[in-house]
Design a protein around this ligand. Sequence first.
Ligand SMILES: *[C@@H]1O[C@H](CO)[C@@H](O)[C@H](O)[C@H]1NC(C)=O
Ligand SMILES: *[C@@H]1O[C@H](CO)[C@@H](O)[C@H](O)[C@H]1NC(C)=O
Ligand SMILES: *[C@@H]1O[C@H](CO)[C@@H](O)[C@H](O)[C@H]1NC(C)=O
Ligand SMILES: *[C@@H]1O[C@H](CO)[C@@H](O)[C@H](O)[C@H]1NC(C)=O
Length: 497
Amino acid sequence: MLPSQALLLAVVFALAALQALASDTFMAAVYEHAVILPHPTQEPVSPSDALALMDKNMDVLEGAIKEAAQQGAHIIVTPEDGIYGWRFTRESIYPYLEDIPDPVVNWIPCTDPSRFGPAPVQERLSCMARNNSIYVVANIGDKKPCDSSDPSCPRDGRYQYNTDVVFDAQGKLVARYHKYNLFLGENQFNYPKEPEAVTFETPFGKFGIFTCFDILFYEPAVVLVSKMQVDTVLFPTAWMNVLPFLTAIEFHSAWAMGMRVNVLAANTHNTSMEMTGSGIYAPAGARTYSYNMKTEDGHLLIAELDAHPRLSPASPPAVSWNSYALSVERFSQNDHEFTGIIFEDLFTFTALTEPGGNLTVCQKDLCCHLSYKMAEKRDDEVYVLGAFDGLHVIEGQYYLQICTLLKCPSTNLSTCGQPVEMAQTKFEMFSLSGTFGTSYVFPEVLYSGVQLAPGEFKVLRDGRLKSKHGTSKPLITATLFGRLYEKDQPHPLRISL
Ligand SMILES: *[C@@H]1O[C@H](CO)[C@@H](O)[C@H](O)[C@H]1NC(C)=O
Ligand SMILES: *[C@@H]1O[C@H](CO)[C@@H](O)[C@H](O)[C@H]1NC(C)=O
Ligand SMILES: *[C@@H]1O[C@H](CO)[C@@H](O)[C@H](O)[C@H]1NC(C)=O
Ligand SMILES: *[C@@H]1O[C@H](CO)[C@@H](O)[C@H](O)[C@H]1NC(C)=O
C-alpha cells in the first residue's frame, strides 16, 4: 500500500469513527445459526478434533460477520452454543474450553494470541472483529483451574462456565459474562459464585449482556437495565419455543418493550428442538425478526436502532401497570368460569361468548379486565380471557402473574390453554389490563402463524395493552406476562447458604 493510500484510509476510518460518535443511531446485526453439532459421545475428543468442529461453525459465522460488516453493521450477535452445540457432559466439553481472561487485561487476541496460553477460538473471533471493524458477540466455554484452598472447587479441579465474550472493532476483548441462570441439564457448566452485571460503553450507547434462561430472572437481567441503565442488551440464546407465552420472538420482544431497552436476540436454529426465532427489538416493537420452522438454514438480520432509546421520543412511556385495572369495578360476574392448564400452570378462564364486550376474570390477587370487539364472531373458534397468579414450577421455578386473551385449539373448552399456532379471528379492538403487584410486566401480542405485530399495539401509561387500529391478522394471543421476582425461590447456589 502506498503511503498516500494509507493516509486516505486513515482519514476514511477517522471520519467513520467521528460519524459513529456523532450518531444517535447504529446498525445492529444478529445471526441465527444452525449449529453443526459434534457426534454425541461421553468420551472427550482430542483438542484438535474439538477445534476442527468449532472452526466449521466459525467458518459459517465468519461469512455472516463479513456480510453484516459489508452492510454497515456496527455489532453482530451470534447464538448461545453457536460454536460447539449442546450435547455434552462435564468431561466431554472440556476440550472445547479456553481460559478467558478478565477484560481488564486489555488484550487483543488477534495481535497477541498466546499471551494467556493457547486460545485459538478467542484469536479467531478477535480477528474476525478486527478484520471487519465490527463488534463481535459470541458464546464459548471458559475454564478456570482451582484447588483445595477453595472449598467449593469441583473435584476435577476446575470451574467450567457458559460464557459470552465481546470483541470490539479492534479485536479487543471488552466483555466476558458467565451465565448465572443455567437451564436444566446444563450439567457441563458451573454457576458463577455471584451474578455478574457486565456492561461496556461504545460510541453508540451502553451495552449489557446475558444469556438465554437469564432473561426470566432478576439477576443480572433486570439489574443491568434498572440499575446500570444500559441502552442495549446483547442476548445470545439457545431458546426452545413454548407456546403460547414463551416463544422466542414473542417473549424477547415483550421483554424489550417492558424494560424499555433494545434487545439483540440471536437464537440457535434447530427445528426438531423447536429452536428458532431471532430479532432486533426496540422498546416500541421489533425492527426485524425471523421465525422459520420450515428449513434448517441460518439467517442474518440487520436493522437500525436508537443508540439511547430512553431519550428517543418514539419510545413508550413508563407504565404504571395496575393503574387502570385498580380504578375500575369488575366488568362482569362470571358464572361460567372454568380452569385450564398452560405449561402446567392452572389458569382461571372465561370464554368470549359474544362478538364484543367487557369481561373480568380473577385468580388470587390478580384480576384481569378485557374490553374487545371481534371483526366477526366465528362458530368454529373460541377465545378465552385467563388469569394466573402463582409459582410456575416446570422447567425452572419463577413466580408469575398473567392476564391473557387466548385462542383455544378447538371449540371444546377443555382444550383451552394448549398450544395453538393458527387462528382466523381478527379483532377490531382489544384492551387488556390487570391488577398487577409488580412493575415488571411484559406485553405480548402474537398473530396467526407465530408472527409479531410491531406497530399494531401499544401500552398506555395506565397499564392497558391496546390494539391501535384492530389486528391486521388473526390473533393467537394478547398477553400481559408479569414477573414477581421477590416471590421467586432463591437461586440454586443460595439455597444451601
Ligand atoms: C484477518 O486478516 C489477516 C490479514 O489479511 C488474515 O491473515 C487473516 O486470516 C484474517 N483473519 C480472519 C479471521 O478474518
Ligand atoms: C437438532 O438437534 C438434535 C438434538 O440435539 C440433533 O439430533 C439433530 O441432528 C439436530 N438437527 C440438525 C439439523 O442439526
Ligand atoms: C364495554 O364498556 C364500554 C366502556 O365502559 C362501553 O362503552 C361498552 O358499551 C361496553 N360493551 C358492552 C358490549 O357491554
Ligand atoms: C374435549 O377435550 C378434552 C381434552 O383434550 C378431551 O379429553 C375430551 O374428550 C374432549 N371432549 C369432546 C366432546 O370432544
